[in-house]
Design a protein around this ligand. Sequence first.
Ligand code: SF4
Length: 272
Amino acid sequence: MTLSELRKRPHWSFSSLNSLLNICSLQWYFQKIAKLKPTHTSVNLVAGCVYHRTLDQVYLSRKLEFPMTLDEAKELYTEDWRRSSQEEPIKFGKLDADGIEQQGRGLIEVAWNNIDDTEKVLQVSEVFCVPLIYDGRFLSKPLVGEFDLVVQKDDQPLVIDWKTSATRWAKNKADKSLQATAYSLAYWQKHGVNPDVRFDIAVKNKTPVFESHVTSRNEDDWKLLGMLAAKAETIVEKELFYPSRDSFACSDCGFKGTCEEYCRGVLPAKAA
Ligand code: SF4
């Protein structure tokens, strides 16, 4: 099944859990339950999706042993960005559309220059749908998602997630990542192997920088993920949503106006 087919059934994804538990539960409510239309889409989200789709093609062509050139990869980025940036209202920050395009081409180039030829591509965009378990019982919704890339490294599978970031990551950020926990659990459930997870990050410095952070998880981490998912289900069931008004997400939130009204006691109507 494809990811979009799997997403049609009720499910949890890492980003949904993260958004509800760690970013802002009210924003999650506006998006997932009230199904309100945001005023804009974050430029980082749109450009990040274009970056992912471009690397998808780069690694698929490597897997098929029909590699493209760097210039072709950068052109793919440009075409996809120009198309995608027309499709929805985007809120731009310091860079306009041309600036984002140039930045994105630079990020593709730095990712390209850091491809490790000794890593064999096993899968690109591998989907998963696995059960979440807490306290000996299955939760009502499975965990659905996609590994950006799985390679064979030193005879072991390694799950890789591609990211772009405004800043370099702190040293212990990968070790705390709920995403790495979700991905190692999903891979283990699917394949019976507990892989390391690596975040390959293109940092948006003036001259882009590339860094990789490897981390691993164990059964205790997976139990914690099950507990957090169970808490998330309770939050939804009991409608325990509230605004996290000092969240980093506020500055780029597409529900800011609705949130201000909510904070004055005006409850939004659910979309039809
Ligand atoms: S503006 Fe901030 S507090 Fe309000 S919904 Fe958005 S992220 Fe949450």
